[in-house]
Design a protein around this ligand. Structure first.
Ligand SMILES: Nc1ncnc2c1ncn2[C@@H]1O[C@H](COP(=O)(O)OP(=O)(O)OP(=O)(O)O)[C@@H](O)[C@H]1O
Ligand SMILES: [Mg+2]
Length: 363
């Protein structure tokens, strides 16, 4: 028999629930979690933040795995189910949403939505075949920029997915994305209301956010030009993002740093001692982040006064791999002893990120 997951209590306070209720009133909010740098914790953040909103706030959340690596799908679904799904010839997945377009058949009528067991949200699973559609989307992008309807339709494939999710009254639609500035990610970014950038505390992440800001702005302008030249402006007006994509904040993570200490031989005693230098080095790079993020993405801030730093994800020990093997969010990992403490830390962490995310949405 399956052991029950640990309950993700304590419940949010009355004020926190009111904050959520106010955001809920606005309707479906679409957010992608993006950084073209790999391994910065995007998938882990998407799954655990979506779970926190779904399990603690009772939000209706749809998560779309738009990364051909399918890590989110593997994390969220039980292993036997993932094996069964991917052993079938043509599983219902994100690929089923795009495939009809490449055959010239227009948009797919139903979204291939599944329920996750323990994360509390719905999911459109990933598909390695999505990588095959990069070429289609790249070719159609050239067409779209010149106003070609076929190209515009393909570029808006995720905008159409979002339109249907809105009809299904989701509070949030989250997209997990692979680490690239390729054609799939361009189509996702152009369909979103908001984006969040998970980043590690290093200069590479700072370069990455500079890229994101400039690249997205160029894409938006090119798409606007394409739409203004379109043969059938009526068809696109509903889907057109009209350059609305806004930056909602960033999450730093230093989970790769285990203890955060360097070791050195003491000059006085000749013994090995632990020093905090590594932590200090992180802190000094981290201290420059607010200004650097604001310089790179300030023009896309959802609100000039917002606190863009949604949270700092510290190392949660074996809770992360444990949650992967159990296919449950970190707040629901089964286990006693140190897991009780780690679960509590995870709950505080993801609750804090959820609240700042809701605050920035509410502004
Ligand atoms: N808070 C955490 N504590 C410990 N380990 C973590 C934490 N968050 C993420 N990890 C680990 O870091 C690794 C990378 O995380 P993840 O897969 O979420 O990154 P990603 O940005 O989605 O990667 P990719 O660019 O390949 O999609 C994973 O093995 C994950 O288990
Ligand atoms: Mg990932």
């Amino acid at each position: 028999m399956r052991k029950r997951s640990v309950s993700p209590n304590p419940k949010p306070s009355k004020e926190q629930l009111t904050l959520f209720a106010n955001v809920k009133k606005v309707g479906t909010k679409t957010t992608c979690f993006f950084n073209n740098k790999g391994g910065v914790g995007k998938t882990t953040l998407v799954a655990n933040l979506a779970a926190e909103l779904a399990l603690s706030f009772q939000a209706k959340v749809l998560v779309v795995d738009a990364d051909p690596q399918c890590n989110l799908t593997q994390y969220v679904l039980p292993e036997d189910l993932t094996n069964e799904i991917y052993s079938s010839d043509n599983p219902d997945s994100i690929y089923s949403v795009i495939r009809p377009l490449s055959l010239g058949k227009g948009y797919e009528s139903d979204l291939p939505i599944r329920k996750s067991q323990d994360f509390g949200f719905d999911i459109i699973i990933g598909d390695p075949r999505l990588a095959l559609q990069e070429d289609l989307l790249a070719g159609d992008w050239r067409d779209a920029k010149g106003g070609g309807m076929r190209g515009i339709r393909t570029t808006f494939v995720f905008a159409e997915l979002v339109r249907r999710a809105k009809e299904l009254k989701y509070d949030f639609v989250f997209f997990d994305m692979g680490p690239s500035l390729g054609a799939i990610n361009r189509a996702v970014l152009l369909a979103m209301d908001f984006f969040v950038v998970p980043m590690s505390i290093d200069v590479f992440s700072l370069w990455a956010i500079r890229n994101i800001g400039t690249t997205v702005t160029i894409w938006q302008k090119e798409l606007e030009t394409g739409c203004s030249l379109a043969e059938d402006p009526g068809e696109i007006s509903e889907l057109s993002p009209k350059g609305k994509l806004a930056f909602l904040g960033y999450v730093t993570q230093q989970h790769k740093e285990r203890a955060g200490y360097d070791e050195e031989i003491s000059e006085d005693t000749g013994e090995q001692v632990k020093i905090r230098r590594r932590v200090q080095a992180y802190e000094s790079i981290g201290a420059t982040f607010p200004e650097k993020v604001s310089n790179s993405l300030g023009s896309m801030f959802v609100n000039n006064d917002m606190n863009a730093h949604l949270g700092d994800i510290r190392h949660l020990g074996s809770l992360a791999p444990m949650s992967q093997t159990q296919h449950v969010p970190m707040i629901s990992v089964r286990g006693t002893g140190s897991y009780t403490r780690l679960r509590k830390q995870a709950r505080e962490l993801y609750r804090g990120i959820a609240l700042r995310y809701l605050e920035n949405l509410g502004d």
